[in-house]
Design a protein around this ligand. Structure first.
Ligand code: ADQ
Length: 487
């Protein structure tokens, strides 16, 4: 990040990296289950700057100073977190409404119909305006570097650009971008595209999403597109559309303090879940979201037990799912549906001693997830559509023994890089069930070959590389703007 030394970096995201909650007379600090925070926090720790986010914890207001700021991480104080307070109404319209009932299903094309309410759109615009005002108030110069995160803030880049024309605005879209036909159903498609084109750089995880975005602009806006360099000119402004596959920290921050041995992890998890000695353990870790393919993977487990009864009593699948967006019917209904499906499969194949599927519907600490990843024989990621997916990378990072098999959906951005996984179409139950069997019977040599190659990829293309590439592109464009201004 040295190329931006001396420049001010401001991050905007909906979710905060640290949440302060009141637990009777104590304040507890939580880290949210979010791929975005996992990915962006290391940059902020390295650059020290300001992170602007929605203050959502019950004790958040008690710990900030009069500027609504707090130095984080707790005990380290590397950068400053500025909290924006949203009313319930704002949160309902902007976050639950437009962002999560409109944009999220719109971009994931996961057969959940997006809902577009005029009132949600109004709230979305108003909240984007509030965050833009906060960025402008934080700016100490006319050209800060602003990192805008995700689909909650599609309008923010143009709003910032209007007041700070010299700012370098890097917008990263953490979810997929659909094709023009799919995106075109959004009533405010033009406003959203124009908002995003306020960015200096617009990043997606894959080239495929970049291509979809460029085609969407081509279809709905008057813009000049230089296909060769992926540059869109709209008005007098240029936006570079580029792919930056996100990743995780490597080495893992918990690794330095020494991980418990694989056999200890295995013993503890076996004890916790009452597993028999020879059990093949498969795990899934997700937010409890309908795009993650949890139902499809349960069907695959059921099919495995049905077509290969030798696994009954010896194959256990653990699904860790942290409840998310539970305010929305779609999410509550989905949690209910998964619960009923698990009960049905367990009733069909389970006995007093054997429970084939364990659903742990709760947020887990990172070290608990590491323990589970290290205890598992198989990690199952079957997203129906996923920008990237970090769980598969976390699993690989946790396996310094070069063992364990990854079953990965071809519809997760990660499948483009992680070729040595067993790649499946999650909609194809038979294929996924067969992949589970293949994983469960894979020789230790083959596991080692695949896993060491995956580990090489993730260690090489880690989150520092993601941030580094984006920031060095930003530095290059800043330099060019300065040179051009002099001419
Ligand atoms: P998410 O949809 O949140 O992220 P993902 O990339 O898998 O998906 O990240 C989830 C994170 O939450 C992981 O770090 C995981 O460990 C953690 N997590 C999940 N379940 C948990 C639980 N029960 N308890 C504790 N932690 C849990 C969005 C996009 C992705 C993209 C990321 C980053 O949807 O496609 O990879 O942003 O860009």
């Amino acid at each position: 990040h040295t190329q931006l030394r001396g420049d001010q970096v401001v991050v905007v995201s909906n979710r905060e990296p640290y949440i302060h909650d009141r637990d009777e007379d104590r304040i507890v600090i939580r880290r949210p289950a979010s791929g975005l925070v996992t990915a962006v926090e290391p940059i902020m720790r390295a650059c020290s700057g300001t992170w602007i986010a929605h203050g959502s914890g019950s004790a958040d207001r008690e710990v900030v100073d009069s500027g609504d700021r707090i130095a984080v991480p707790p005990g380290h104080h590397d950068y400053s977190l500025r909290r924006i307070w949203l009313s319930q109404e704002e949160e309902r319209g902007y976050y639950y409404g437009f962002a999560n009932e409109g944009m999220w299903p719109l971009c994931h094309v996961a057969h959940v119909r997006p809902i577009f309410r005029e009132s949600d759109w109004e709230a979305y615009k108003a909240v984007n305006r509030r965050f833009a005002d906060a960025v402008i108030a934080e700016a100490r110069s006319d050209d800060p570097v602003v990192l805008v995160q995700d689909y909650h803030f599609a309008l923010l880049p143009a709003m910032i650009r209007e007041k700070l024309p010299q700012a370098t605005i890097l917008t990263f879209w953490h979810i997929p971008w659909p094709n023009p036909e799919s995106f075109g159903i959004c009533p405010w498609r033009r406003e959203i595209l124009q908002g995003l084109l306020g960015s200096t750089i617009l990043g997606f995880h894959t080239r495929f999403h970049c291509k979809n975005f460029i085609e969407t602009v081509d279809r709905f806006l008057e813009a000049r597109i230089e296909h060769e360099h992926a540059i869109i000119s709209h008005g007098d402004k240029e936006t570079l559309v580029e792919s930056y596959p996100i990743s995780i920290e490597w080495p893992h921050p918990l690794e330095s303090s020494g991980w418990p041995s694989i056999s200890d992890c295995r013993r503890r998890i076996a004890e916790l879940l009452g597993l028999a000695g020879e059990t093949c353990l498969a795990v899934g870790v997700d937010r409890f979201d309908y795009t993650k393919g949890i139902v499809e993977r349960l069907h695959a487990v059921e099919r495995l037990l049905e077509k290969r009864p030798e696994w009954i009593g010896r194959f256990v699948f653990v699904q860790v799912a942290s409840p998310t967006r539970s305010m929305l019917d779609e999410y509550r209904d989905f949690q209910g549906l998964v619960g009923r499906l698990v009960d049905r499969i367990n009733a069909r194949f389970g006995t007093l001693e054997y429970i084939p599927i364990r659903l742990l519907a709760a947020h887990h600490e990172h070290r608990e997830l590491i323990e589970l990843y290290r205890a598992a024989n198989i990690c199952v990621v079957t997203s129906l559509h996923d920008g990237m997916n970090l769980v598969c990378k976390e699993f690989v990072a946790a396996r310094d023994d070069d063992q364990g098999v990854l079953v990965l959906s071809r519809f997760a951005g990660a499948s483009r890089e992680m070729r040595e996984a067993l790649i499946v179409n999650p909609y194809h139950v038979e294929e996924t069930a067969d992949a589970l069997h293949q994983a469960a019977t894979m020789s230790s040599e083959e596991q080692r070959e695949r896993m060491s190659s995956l580990r090489h990829t993730v260690s090489e293309f880690n989150v520092f590389r993601w941030a580094g590439r984006m920031l060095s592109d930003a530095a290059r464009l800043r330099l060019r703007t300065r040179v051009e201004a002099r001419v």
